[in-house]
Structures are given as structure tokens and as C-alpha cells.
Design a protein around this ligand. Structure first.
Ligand code: SF4
Length: 390
């Protein structure tokens, strides 16, 4: 693979200050008001036939999901793409780290396209490789690095996955984080886990699934010297949690759970493990997006639910199950803003560019990074038992 340096800039920052999206679309983006967008997307997809495969993450907008050949979580989508080798182009309607994972897991001839390069993930961006390498050095200085197994959530950049591959660690999803942690603790005597980027998934899994106490967990703040921790704290900790979180799932609060229960004692609270620990311990059920979907599908008619995950998915579940009472677990509307950057104009632009023979926004992970990240992904695939859906 060749290395392509793609800009991934925060909104309104970097080279492109005038762009509303931070990264200017390098072509003629159709206006969102174009009444022919649906017809144009349909025609472009038909013209491309089996050479294109469109992936739609569960958190994507309806206007985009309608064109997805398959929907799912990030890991399922990457595997679905790898199972379609005849598709030369994988158009990933999701965020940047997902497109990277798809590029790593698909064949070299398959090109992964992200319709809007500004579709990043704030959580993945909270763990930068240079910060993680500094933390690793600090763990050596504290005399504990030899005990530490690094585990990264799927929602991380390719170079963080590669760091784990290089240093004896693995990737996990929200479905198999417990198995990944058990694996990690079995790797070394007196093992500790350095878990990134989502402190909540790490804490919830360690405490609720593996039986650790909250005191066994410390939080590494990459903006403080030595992570804001003493060497003694590092020596005593079992879980060293990176100070990262999801901007969507981090918004849910225990107060709203209490309010909803007071209004409807029969309500079931169903949340994603990226939610804060205070929320998760008040919930009836906790699980990945796939678990949330399956739980609602299996729920009896008339049952009442409040769901703590991304709003596009909750709205689609409510629309698909009018016989059940389904509410969003927050007072305010809260979409994932970066997921929402993939809209119909960008999808039309990406597909029509391919029809014209122009490969746009190709995500191409540098070869050595891809090799090492694949090692960490394969260690996850080799974990016993569970499915690997996030
Ligand atoms: S929902 Fe959270 S973890 Fe998922 S892409 Fe958005 S910010 Fe990242």
C-alpha cells in the first residue's frame, strides 16, 4: 500500500478555516436542496453495480442508510466488506477509524472511501499515538511497563491499534471487552491493563464483568505530567484507564434515569457500556448496539423502554416498533455530530465520482501500521467464545 496523508481536521480548524466542515470537499458537492439527490444516488449505485458496496453504520442518518447494502456496527461492517472481494469500492458511511479498520481487513485491491473526511470520532481523537507513547515511557519509568498489556477499543485510530499489536496487546469491541480483559490479565503475572480510549467501557467492564473495585482503576490524563498519577498509584492499579469518552454516550445522566423511573415504574433502561458508570449501574440492561437492537426486537408488545445510545438508532428502533414505547434517555436531542457529517450530498458526490472514474477520499492505512494493527485485530478474533460486535 502507498501512504496517503489525508487531512482530518477538527471543525473550522487547520488549513481550511473558511470551510463549515473543517475539511473542504475536494469536488463539486451537490446542494442539499437538490430534489434529485435520491434519484442521483440510485442511478450512480446502479451504474457501479457489484463493483461498489455501501456500508452504513447504525448511527447514520436515514437519508444515507437507505442506500446501505448492509448495516451494522463498525467491526461487522469491516468483516462484511472483506467477505465481498468482488466489490472494488467500499463506500463507508461511518467515521474515519471505521474506514481505517475496513481498509486493514479488506483485500489490497479493495479501496475504502469515506464520503466526508471530516467524519472523525471525538473519542478516537482523544488518544493520539504520541500521547500513548509518552504514557508507555512513563510506565517504564514507574517500573510497571513489563506488567502492562495494552487493550484498545475498536473505536481508535489505526496507529493506536498498531501500538497494541506491537506491544503484546489486542483490540476489543463493546461485546467482547470482558473476554479481552480476561485474556490480557492471563498474559503476565500481576498483569495490569492500559485501556484506551474509552475510560467508561474499560471501567464498566472491569468492575461489572470482572469483579474489580473502582479503586482498582485509575485514570491516565494525557495532559498532566505522569498522567496525573503517582508511581505508587500506577503500581497499585489493575486498570489504567485512558481519559477518553464518547461525546454522545457521555451525556446520559443518572438523574434522567431516576426521573423516567419515577414517571413510569415499568420502564426498562437499556444503555450502551460507553455510558458513565453512574448511569450503567442504574440501568436494567447494558450492551452493544447489536445487543440493544436484538433486545428491542425481542421485547414484548406494550413494553416500555428508554435507550441510552445514539439518537438516529433510537429513532429508527422507535419507528420499527410502534407496538412498544421507546424513548431516548436524555432531555436534549443528541446525534453524533461527526457521524452526521455523512449526508446525502456527500454520498452522491462520492458515488458519482466513482462513476466518472475518480476515486475520491480513499482511506489507505500505511503498510506497517496496517500490519501491526492487524496483529491486534487478529488477537481479538482469536479470543474464545463471544461474538465480536461492538
Ligand atoms: S458515537 Fe461516540 S464513539 Fe461513536 S463515532 Fe460518535 S463520538 Fe465516536
Amino acid at each position: 500500500m502507498t501512504t496517503v496523508e489525508l487531512p482530518l481536521l477538527p471543525l473550522g480548524k487547520g488549513k481550511d478555516l473558511s470551510s463549515e466542515r473543517g475539511v473542504e470537499c475536494p469536488g463539486d458537492l451537490p446542494p442539499a436542496s437538490d430534489p434529485d439527490l435520491v434519484a442521483r444516488a440510485k442511478a450512480a449505485k446502479e451504474a457501479l453495480g457489484r463493483s461498489v458496496f455501501v456500508l452504513g453504520h447504525h448511527y447514520q442518518r436515514d437519508e444515507v442508510i437507505q442506500f446501505a447494502d448492509v448495516t451494522g456496527d463498525s467491526f461487522k461492517l469491516a468483516r462484511d466488506a472483506a467477505a465481498r472481494p468482488e466489490a472494488e469500492y467500499i463506500v463507508f458511511c461511518g467515521v474515519h477509524f471505521m474506514a481505517e479498520s475496513a481498509d486493514i481487513l479488506t483485500a489490497p485491491n479493495q479501496k475504502v472511501i469515506l464520503p466526508d473526511l471530516a467524519a472523525g470520532c471525538s473519542m478516537a481523537d482523544m488518544a493520539r499515538l504520541s500521547q500513548v507513547e509518552d504514557a508507555w515511557d512513563a510506565l517504564a519509568d514507574a517500573g510497571v511497563q513489563d506488567q502492562v498489556v495494552p487493550i484498545t477499543y475498536m473505536n481508535s485510530t489505526a496507529d493506536i491499534k498498531a501500538f497494541c499489536g506491537k506491544n503484546g496487546g489486542a483490540v476489543c469491541t463493546s461485546s467482547n471487552a470482558d473476554v479481552a480483559l480476561e485474556w490480557a490479565f492471563a498474559q503476565k503475572p500481576d498483569a495490569k491493563v492500559l485501556f484506551f480510549p474509552d475510560q467508561h467501557l474499560g471501567r464498566n467492564t472491569a468492575v461489572l464483568k470482572l469483579g474489580f473495585s473502582l479503586d482498582d482503576c485509575v485514570v491516565w490524563n494525557p495532559f498532566k505530567p505522569n498522567g496525573g498519577l503517582t508511581d505508587e498509584q500506577l503500581r497499585d492499579a489493575k486498570m489504567i484507564l485512558w481519559k477518553g469518552h464518547c461525546s454522545v454516550h457521555g451525556k446520559f445522566s443518572p438523574e434522567v434515569v431516576d426521573e423516567l423511573r419515577a414517571k413510569d415504574p415499568d420502564i426498562n433502561i437499556l444503555v450502551h457500556p460507553e455510558c458513565k458508570h453512574e448511569v450503567v449501574i442504574k440501568a436494567d440492561l447494558v450492551g452493544s448496539t447489536e445487543f440493544i437492537i436484538k433486545t428491542i426486537e425481542a421485547a414484548p408488545a406494550g413494553s416500555s423502554w428508554a435507550i441510552g445510545t445514539e439518537l438516529n438508532l433510537v429513532k429508527r428502533l422507535a419507528d420499527a416498533h410502534p407496538d412498544k414505547k421507546i424513548a431516548f434517555l436524555d432531555r436534549t436531542v443528541c446525534f453524533c455530530s461527526t457521524m452526521n457529517r455523512i449526508d446525502l450530498p456527500h454520498l452522491v458526490w462520492a458515488l458519482e465520482s466513482l462513476v466518472e472514474g475518480n476515486e475520491v477520499n480513499v482511506i489507505d492505512v500505511e503498510a506497517e501500521t496496517a500490519r501491526l494493527a492487524d496483529i491486534a485485530l487478529q488477537r481479538m478474533l482469536d479470543l474464545p467464545g463471544k461474538s465480536h460486535k461492538d
